[in-house]
Structures are given as structure tokens and as C-alpha cells.
Design a protein around this ligand. Structure first.
Ligand code: ZN
Length: 143
């Protein structure tokens, strides 16, 4: 199996059964993002534990395979992280997706499955949407 197939499988697996996906009430909602050109729309709920680390993240809404898989991968990745670390990862992911530079393989892990999207500039927003939502929510919560 080629790396491309492997990455394609990761995206399809997260699209078909997204992790930490479930209804977010208005009271729970910490941020909402939309990508009208593709029709992606997601809302995030985040809870911090007593130490200020991310205890849970959940998202609802709908989007294409790339945006949904990216949300799912994001939730798996940031649970347990401090707000600072998660904010840094979100910044680095968004910057990495917008840059022609190869990404840091070690930092990204499974997120590398999304790197192929860089070849399709219009879809980069799909891949970064939930990460922008995460950064916005965390910035609000730490104020
Ligand atoms: Zn999309």
C-alpha cells in the first residue's frame, strides 16, 4: 500500500466514523465555523479540567470528507493537551497547511494524512476549518 493510499484510508475512516462527534447545544458551543465555498459548517464544544487542560472536545455540523476528517483528527489529538500546547499546535497546523514547506512529520503524526490537500489550494480551508475554530474557542476561554 502506498503512503497516499494509507493517508486516503485515514481520511475516509475519520469521515465515515468521526471521533468525538455529537450534538453541541447552544450553551455548550464555544465556536462556530463555516466554509461557504464548500458547504462545511461545524460547531465546537470544549471543556477544560481543573488543571486547565482540555478534558473533552466535541463537534457537530457537516462537511466534506476533508473537513470532517480534520475535525475528527483534531479532537483525537488535542484531548489532554494544555490550552497553550493546543493553541500552538493549531497555529502550526494552519501555518503548515498554508505553506509550501514540508510539514514536521513528528509533530503532525496522523495529521500528515491531510498534507496532500496542499496541492488543492481551495481545499486547504476545509482542512484548517476546525483548527481555526479550536484556536478561536481557546482564545475566548483563556481571556
Ligand atoms: Zn470542505
Amino acid at each position: 500500500m502506498s503512503m497516499n493510499d494509507l493517508y486516503q484510508n485515514i481520511i475516509m475512516r475519520h469521515f465515515k466514523s468521526p471521533q468525538h462527534y455529537g450534538p453541541v447545544t447552544d450553551e455548550e458551543m464555544r465556536s462556530e465555523v463555516e466554509n461557504p465555498t464548500c458547504g462545511d459548517h461545524f460547531r465546537l464544544a470544549i471543556d477544560l479540567d481543573a488543571n486547565g487542560a482540555i478534558e473533552s472536545v466535541r463537534f457537530d455540523g457537516k462537511g466534506c470528507a476533508i473537513s470532517t476528517a480534520s475535525c475528527s483528527l483534531m479532537t483525537e489529538r488535542v484531548i489532554g493537551m494544555s490550552v497553550g500546547d493546543a493553541t500552538n499546535l493549531a497555529d502550526s497546523f494552519v501555518r503548515g497547511m498554508k505553506s509550501v514547506e514540508p510539514i514536521d512529520a513528528e509533530e503532525w503524526g496522523d495529521l500528515r494524512a491531510l498534507e496532500g490537500v496542499k496541492k488543492f489550494p481551495l481545499r486547504v480551508k476545509c482542512a484548517t476549518l476546525c483548527w481555526v475554530a479550536l484556536a478561536e474557542a481557546l482564545a475566548d476561554m483563556s481571556e
